[in-house]
Design a protein around this ligand. Structure first.
Ligand code: ADP
Ligand code: ZN
Length: 614
């Protein structure tokens, strides 16, 4: 069966192998099992239900929360020559009836539908279908714990009972554990097998710039966009006013940027969104509202003009870049003024304690000199125990010291209290504090009491923070912020692994002079970089530009988004391999049969013209 699947993968999608866990999910569903699939954005969730749909008899029903997402998926499938359609309320009923007839006749492999329509029509026309599987996309919408709860989704809880023999596959990119656990329960698929991949997005380079004043910051943004000319990107700001002023500055500098915020009319917002998707406007300056329900795969960069309110928001927003797997860049501007403003919002929020804590973790991320990816993945409780080499800290590393013995001391103090202390008490024990409550708890009799006496409080604080960021210990928010030792931490504690700390520098985080000299962004990650893994293969940048124009012209004439014709990654591979014949064209990454047939002439002609003109 796997051979057949791989043949279809090549034929319809133009890919040669599966991403991690894709085949495991596919074969599980083919065997009739229910599945919960947790993968980050860009992890390749769609294929997990599309491939079984292609391999099984009948039609797969895909539940999706937003019309725009359904349309995007259907367009993409049709482009690849796969018969797909969506039933929706914005189409006239005549069109819907035609699609229903087609589905009953067995002419459609994937049918997209909203949850309320699925439940409403389950006993009418849907009962006449031969259904291969149900896929619940954006499955976190079923959970009240999640950030995007949709009451319509809760009705899906009856699917399992009403259609007991049809596999259900739930998919989400949510990184939040409570929500994840809720999904299978709400759907009534308690026996579903869980498939989870790393939430790392290795193609996104992570960068932070510090303490730039207004004008300097705007110049830095301009320079950044100059480097990314013509590429799509999003700038996130805290206020509507800032979105307007940044967009105006960019336009004055000749960059086609538009603001996007909740104060605009619905029709203006829709127009702006469409212009962005169709590569007509490359830069959007937005408040956080922008990006939901957009599947655009060729967003190449995201700038945070202001500090986000939490690591969750930050990760979701940078995640909108680089869905196609080609290199993408995230740049965060950090300033203490933002922290003050966000603290005020957090205090007014009604959940001030937890929101302030989330803000503190975000601030610590920005101020830290530890590999940024390690901090992010540790925050999401994922083990990631090496430096990433694709963030500003890794590219310009600070001085390091051996932290093994220091962290062993701290962890044994934590372990000997039964992991029932927070950071301050841990430091008090290490430093042999005379505090009454330390003695009252009997901590002064621990063998670790006072073993870190010669290290000042502030220095211990920096080290323990690093232990959290490196993933040696976790903060248990639901247990008074007590520190808990992770598996990785235990390996260090028992001497199986070593760990390095960034050397403590007094006031390191407030010295602006030093910051000014620090490189703010990095050039190391370019589209060529990752694609040209074979040393002899070099991407022709001029040709890449030409191919982008060819793609744009085709997309315009067909009325679809350019990234649905081909992804940036496919264009980059084309610019490297420079196919001039149909046969050569068919082997390019992401070129399946249907697209080869439709587009080989236009693209190989562009290559020939370009080579001829050199
Ligand atoms: P998600 O829904 O998890 O965000 P998608 O299903 O949209 O991810 O896939 C992200 C990108 O990766 C798409 O451009 C998709 O075509 C591509 N992709 C998916 N699976 C593979 C694969 N096995 N090989 C190469 N590219 C893939
Ligand atoms: Zn790193």
């Amino acid at each position: 069966m796997k051979e057949r699947a791989l043949a279809l993968l090549r034929r319809y999608y133009g890919y040669d192998s599966f991403y991690p866990k894709q085949w495991q999910v596919i074969s599980h569903v083919l065997n009739g099992g229910d599945a919960v699939v947790l993968m980050p954005t860009g992890g390749g969730k769609s294929l997990c239900y599309q491939m079984p749909a292609l391999l099984m008899d009948g039609v797969a029903i895909i539940v999706s929360p937003l019309l725009a997402l359904m349309k995007d998926q259907v367009d993409a499938l049709m482009q690849s020559g796969i018969p797909a359609a969506a039933i929706n309320s914005q189409q006239d009923e005549y069109t819907n009836r035609g699609i229903i007839a087609g589905a009953i006749a067995g002419n459609i492999k994937l049918l997209y539908i909203s949850p309320e329509r699925l439940i409403a029509d389950l006993d009418t026309w849907i009962a006449k279908l031969r259904i291969s599987l149900f896929a619940i996309d954006e499955a976190h919408c079923i959970s009240q714990w999640g950030h995007d709860f949709r009451p319509e989704y809760t009705q899906l809880g009856t699917l399992r009972e009403r259609c007991p023999h049809i596999p259900i596959i739930a998919l989400t990119a949510t990184a939040d554990r409570v929500t994840r656990d809720d999904i299978s329960q709400q759907l009534g698929i308690g026996d579903a097998k869980l498939f989870m991949t790393s939430f790392d997005r290795p193609n996104i380079s992570l960068n932070v710039a510090h303490d730039l004043s207004g004008k300097v910051k705007q110049r830095a943004v301009l320079r950044f966009i100059e480097r990314h000319r013509g590429e799509s990107g999003i700038i996130y700001c805290l206020s509507r006013k800032t979105t307007e002023s940044v967009a105006a500055t960019l336009r004055a500098a000749g960059i086609n940027a538009k603001p996007f915020h909740a104060g605009m009319t619905t029709s203006t917002k829709l127009t702006t969104q469409r212009e962005f998707i169709n590569d007509e406007v490359p830069v959007i300056v937005a408040t956080i509202a922008f990006g939901m329900g957009i599947d655009k795969s060729n967003v190449r960069w995201v700038i945070h003009y202001n500090l986000p309110k939490s690591i969750e928001s930050y990760y979701q927003e940078i995640g909108r870049a680089g869905r196609d797997g080609a290199p993408a860049e995230a740049l965060l501007f950090y300033s203490y003024a933002d922290v003050i403003q966000l603290s005020q919002f957090a205090r007014d929020s009604g959940q001030s304690e937890i929101n302030l804590e989330k803000l503190t973790r975000m601030q610590q991320y920005a101020e830290s000199r530890v590999c940024r990816r390690r901090i992010l993945l540790s925050y999401f409780n994922e083990r990631f125990d090496h430096d990433c080499d694709n963030c500003d800290v890794c590219h310009d590393p600070p001085e390091r010291i051996d932290g093994t013995v220091l962290s062993q001391k701290a962890m044994s103090a934590i372990a000997r209290t039964g992991q029932k202390i927070g950071m301050t008490t841990a430091i008090d024990i290490l430093r042999g504090s005379k505090r009454a409550d330390v003695a009252a708890a009997g901590y002064d009799r621990l063998p670790t009491f006072g073993v870190g006496r010669d290290t000042p409080f502030a220095v211990w604080k920096s080290y323990i923070l690093q232990m959290i960021q490196l993933g040696l210990v976790e903060v248990a928010y639901d247990e008074n912020n007590h520190l808990k030792i992770t598996d990785f931490g235990r390996e260090v504690l028992f001497g199986k692994r070593c760990v390095e700390f960034t050397k403590f520098e007094p006031h390191a985080e407030t010295t602006k002079a030093k910051r000014g000299t620090r490189r703010q962004t990095t050039d190391r990650t370019t589209l060529e970089g990752i694609l040209n893994q074979e040393p002899q293969a070099v991407m022709d940048k001029g040709l890449y530009e030409t191919l982008r124009q060819t793609r744009l012209a085709i997309a315009r004439s067909r009325g679809i988004a350019p990234y649905l014709v081909f992804s940036d990654k496919t264009l980059a591979d084309m610019a490297t391999r420079q196919p001039t014949t149909r046969a050569e064209f068919s082997t390019v990454y992401g070129v399946g049969e249907a697209k080869c047939e439709q587009y080989w002439r236009a693209f190989t002609a562009a290559v020939v013209r370009h080579i001829g003109g050199r």
